[in-house]
Design a protein around this ligand. Structure first.
Ligand SMILES: Cc1ncc(COP(=O)(O)O)c(C=O)c1O
Length: 400
């Protein structure tokens, strides 16, 4: 007998839960791609994408995953030999650096480890040392999904201004878009990268690169900018096919349009951010309570100010995390995220890490349900844990 039967909950940090109405919006015949409703809807999607990012600038849509969106950003941002300063707070910061390096960009990585935020003093030192201003762009991950470390983007921009360094600021918001607050123009972000399968509640397959006028002007004519990656025709093309450099991703656009309506016109972006912040705090409260009874259980990021609101990385001590993940999926219908980049899969320590996602189409009962299932699993597996975790999480949800 298994208690997993019923609607399963995918609590992994992407692909996230796709709302039925998004799937329903995609379940339709292929449209006329030459004129008519698809063109009107796409114009609406482009306007909505600018709103969700907080920009009046430009956006290019690509048929890619997040790795492809990195490459699209790199191909437009840099020419071979240009210099990038990458601020890494986990696996994905390192990944973006490797992608740029493979494309011929000269990359300096400031690695802050797997559980610490960006150290602005080290960034300041690196920028001041670059007196010739060879660094063309600073690349940072808003929320690194592997570590759940969140970067303070306004503080980073303020530092770059204070130092007087002209570098562009490029942000990977793949795990944060539609979950954590983002104000691209207000925060002085020049290039912003995201993808469809997380906070934007649409199946994997679309990537987005927003870019400022400053980035547009500074990045014209780069030698990495091949036709398919070129963001200019995608953002400014007068013919519909130019927006996608060929055939449009029709059914993904229908789904995305529905998701953006849910975020912007029904719930409202500030409420979406607030919901994610509250669900994240409920998860943190539970882990703090569990950890009070077992020092092996702890959140990966100590300071709440630097924790993402869409995913929580934690350790339970090996082999408990993997055992718990297997138990919650097989016995209770909840799939939790693997620990990513915290230890190599061959290392026994790998089985001490997991992640709980709370991104996109996720509400209080799904989050409290996941926490309750985790507690049941700890009891079933004999993993020592502190009491009162669900009480603590429920208090956060209740706002008391
Ligand atoms: C922050 C971040 N950047 C980049 C990626 C890579 O995206 P994808 O797996 O879609 O290629 C991910 C995926 O999880 C991510 O979370």
């Amino acid at each position: 007998m298994s208690l997993a039967n019923g609607r399963p909950y995918l609590a992994i940090p992407g692909p996230s839960v796709v709302p039925d109405r998004v799937l329903n919006a995609m379940h339709r015949a292929a449209p006329n791609i030459y004129e008519g409703p698809l063109h009107d809807m796409t114009r609406g999607v482009i306007a909505d994408l600018k709103t969700v990012a907080g920009t009046s600038g430009n956006v290019a849509i690509y048929i890619v995953n997040g790795h492809g969106a990195w490459e699209a950003a790199n191909a437009n941002l840099f020419s071979r030999g240009d210099k990038a300063l990458v601020l890494a707070t986990g696996r994905f910061g390192i990944g973006w650096a490797a992608s740029a390096e493979r494309m011929g960009v000269s990359v300096d990585v400031l690695d802050f480890g797997k559980s610490s935020p960006v150290d602005l003093d080290r960034v300041e030192a690196a920028l001041r040392a670059d007196a010739a201003h060879r660094i063309k762009a600073v690349l940072v991950t808003h929320v690194d999904t592997a570590s759940s470390v969140k970067a303070d983007i306004p503080a980073l921009r303020a530092l770059m201004e204070a130092v007087g360094h002209p570098a562009l600021l490029a942000v990977d918001a793949i795990a944060a878009m539609g979950c954590d607050e983002m104000r691209m123009d207000d925060w002085g972000v020049d290039v912003l990268v995201a993808a469809s399968q997380k906070g934007l509640m649409t199946p994997p397959g679309l990537g987005f690169v927003w870019f400022s006028e400053r980035a547009k002007d500074r990045c014209r004519g780069g030698d990495l900018c091949t036709p398919y990656w070129d963001w200019l025709p995608r953002a400014e093309g007068t013919e519909f096919w130019q927006l996608f450099c060929g055939t449009a991703p029709t059914h993904h656009l229908f789904g995305l349009a529905e998701a953006l309506t849910m975020i912007l016109r029904e719930e409202g972006l500030p409420s979406v951010w607030a919901r994610h912040a509250t669900l994240a705090r409920a998860v943190w409260a539970a882990f703090d309570a569990w950890g009070a009874g077992n020092p092996q259980i702890a959140l990966n990021v100590a300071d709440p100010a630097f924790r993402g609101h869409s995913v929580t990385a934690a350790r339970l001590g090996a082999p408990h995390a993997t055992a718990l993940r297997r138990w919650t999926e097989a016995e209770a219908g909840v799939t939790l995220g693997i620990g990513l980049g915290m230890a190599e899969p061959a290392d026994p320590a790998y089985h001490g890490f997991l992640r709980v996602a709370h991104m996109g189409h996720v509400n209080a009962h799904m989050t409290l349900g996941a926490l309750a299932v985790m507690e049941a699993g700890m009891k079933a597996l004999g993993v020592p844990h502190g009491a009162g975790a669900l009480e603590a999480a429920a208090k956060v949800i209740a706002g008391v």
